[in-house]
Design a protein. Structure first.
Length: 119
């Protein structure tokens, strides 16, 4: 079992920045990812990274604005979000799994953290 705890969400104006954190109780899976779910929409892939930090993949909608990083000593993954847009508003979920861009490839999930971007 792996417990994931997200933090760092909040309210920010368009163009602003936030950094989300996800602390894992154990590093037993290959990769960590972030997904997001806006009201009335499906949960969608945002970005994924291997624990080594050597491989990343981003959704086209966030490429160039969001950056993933890892701190293995703290079992923590960070999602730096810059140039935020109102359409980035969603609950952001951290996930642990084997790699990929779909929900079924991730076995463990956090409870989510709300990100709200005002226009």
């Amino acid at each position: 079992q792996v417990q994931l705890v997200e933090s760092g969400g909040g309210l920010v104006q368009a163009g602003g920045s936030l950094r989300l954190s996800c602390v894992a109780s154990r590093r037993i899976m290959y990769a960590m990812a972030w997904f997001r779910q806006a009201p009335g929409k499906e949960r969608e892939f945002v970005a994924t990274i291997t624990w080594s930090g050597s491989i990343t993949n981003y959704a086209d909608s966030v490429k160039g604005r969001f950056t993933l990083s890892t701190d293995n000593a703290k079992n923590t993954v960070y999602l730096q979000m810059n140039s935020l847009k109102p359409e980035d508003t969603a609950v952001y979920y951290c996930a642990s799994g084997n790699w990929g861009t779909t929900r079924r490839e991730y076995d463990y999930w956090g409870q989510g953290t709300q990100v709200t971007v005002s226009s």
